[in-house]
Design a protein around this ligand. Structure first.
Ligand SMILES: Cc1cc2nc3c(=O)[nH]c(=O)nc-3n(C[C@H](O)[C@H](O)[C@H](O)COP(=O)(O)OP(=O)(O)OC[C@H]3O[C@@H](n4cnc5c(N)ncnc54)[C@H](O)[C@@H]3O)c2cc1C
Length: 383
């Protein structure tokens, strides 16, 4: 067992940090941090992230990806501001999903510009009445000659308002057990599809949208595997996404820890720096413990995935633990600042609003608990 990053991994981490400071931050600085980033700016950022291999990190070089290990991907991912991390994950994991199910012809049709970061994509599964149980999807696709017709409404879709194509999870009504789910690629310039951004409390430079499909017609070639290989898709997407999401939370909590440590050294009360008071040191120690344990658990889950282990339980555990511990860490860092913790000028309010978004995507903490429980007991408590 070796808890040190290798020389190569330290280099990967350093070059990701440098790329963020040199190439990405200047683009972000030109835009309002409380408004969704314009598509042109996101494409400019994607052109830099592509050079780091982030457009298709989960696919091998032979398949057009960067062939990165999930752990190395996580080391880079942790350096991204979380709104961008969520956008990258929405894009690259949709590429992985399309790749897993598409024919060679379909790959050639949809993937080259996505690999290059010249086009953006995302997945639309959640609906107003369907969240934690995606098997209940009601957005309907029916065949009509050489076309497919989609009707329904999707919610909370990452990237949808800046995407060129969306991978939409639809039901074709061929049975009622959930095996009838089909993925359909829709180009967003389709006149019978309407995308509306949803205002949220955090991750404000990101893009979460509602999509309405009203007799939306696409060519029949735009659909993949009628039943799909759910287990394989699960392994290459959700089990990877969850620890990555935990690392996005860790990014925020680390920032909060850094701010609290500096403040504790500067602010004086009762004649000395507050960092010299024992209970403030306890707060700092608790924050650091939450940051370090979150990071290690997420790395551990990603490493297990790289080793080909069965990771349903550990991936669920990593995301639930990290998003909870990091939310607490940010809150404690605010507390170290006293009233200044709630002042906008410290920037802690943004960390707090952002971290609160992360226990929800790719399964809520309750669902993750049940996944872990199912792994432990062999019994599913979902239904
Ligand atoms: C930042 C972000 C990005 C997202 N990106 C996407 C995306 O790209 N594409 C997409 O399709 N969706 C996306 N989502 C949506 C996300 O996947 C859903 O919000 C999530 O699956 C939960 O669904 P819901 O909001 O409908 O909550 P619900 O399923 O309605 O759950 C409400 C509450 O009930 C609890 N609950 C539900 N079932 C159970 C149970 N069996 N036992 C105990 N408690 C239960 C939940 O934990 C939760 O607390 C995103 C969401 C966020 C916040």
């Amino acid at each position: 067992m070796d808890f040190d990053l290798s020389t190569e991994q330290k280099l990967i981490q350093d070059s990701a940090r440098s790329m963020m400071e040199r190439d990405v931050q200047p683009i972000l600085d030109k835009h309002d941090p409380n408004k969704s980033l314009p598509k042109a700016a996101m494409l400019e950022i994607f052109s830099h992230l592509k050079n780091m291999g982030l457009m298709a990190p989960r696919l091998s070089e032979k398949d057009g990806g960067s062939g990165m290990s999930m752990l190395n991907y996580g080391l880079i991912y942790e350096q991204l501001p979380p709104f961008l991390a969520i956008a990258v994950m929405g894009h690259e994991c949709t590429i992985a999903r399309i790749f897993a199910e598409a024919t060679e012809e379909q790959k050639e049709m949809f993937l080259p510009d996505l690999f290059e970061g010249k086009k953006i994509t995302g997945t639309a599964t959640t609906e107003p009445g369907v969240g934690s149980n995606p098997r209940e999807v009601t957005t309907r696709v029916v065949e009509d000659g050489n076309e497919l017709v989609i009707n329904g409404r999707k919610m909370w879709c990452s990237n949808a308002s800046i995407a060129d194509i969306i991978n939409v999870t639809c039901a074709d009504g061929s049975d009622d057990r959930g095996a009838n789910l089909r993925r359909v690629v829709v180009e967003t310039d389709n006149p019978n599809m309407e995308v509306t951004e949803i205002e949220t409390m955090g991750l404000k430079m990101g893009h979460l949208s509602e999509i309405v499909f009203d007799d939306c017609r696409v060519p029949a070639v735009n659909t993949f595997g009628s039943a799909g290989d759910a287990a394989r898709l699960l392994t290459i997407t959700w089990n990877g996404n969850r620890p990555l999401c935990g690392l996005a939370a860790t990014h925020l909590a680390q920032k909060a820890l850094d701010k609290a440590t500096v403040y504790a050294g500067e602010r004086t009360q009762f004649g000395k720096a507050i960092g010299g008071h024992q209970l403030v040191q306890k707060l700092l120690a608790d924050i650091e413990t939450n940051v370090v344990t979150s990071r290690l658990l997420c790395y551990y889950a990603l490493d297990a995935l790289d080793k080909g282990d069965h990771t349903n339980g550990i991936s669920a555990m990593a995301k639930r633990y990290a998003t909870t511990a990091c939310e607490q860490a940010v809150s404690m860092a605010m507390h170290v600042h006293g009233a200044m913790g709630i002042a906008e000028e410290t920037g802690l309010d943004q960390l707090y609003r952002d971290v609160r978004m992360l226990p929800i995507p790719d399964a809520t903490n309750e669902i993750l608990t049940l996944i872990q429980g199912r792994e432990l007991t062999g019994m599913a408590a979902f239904r």
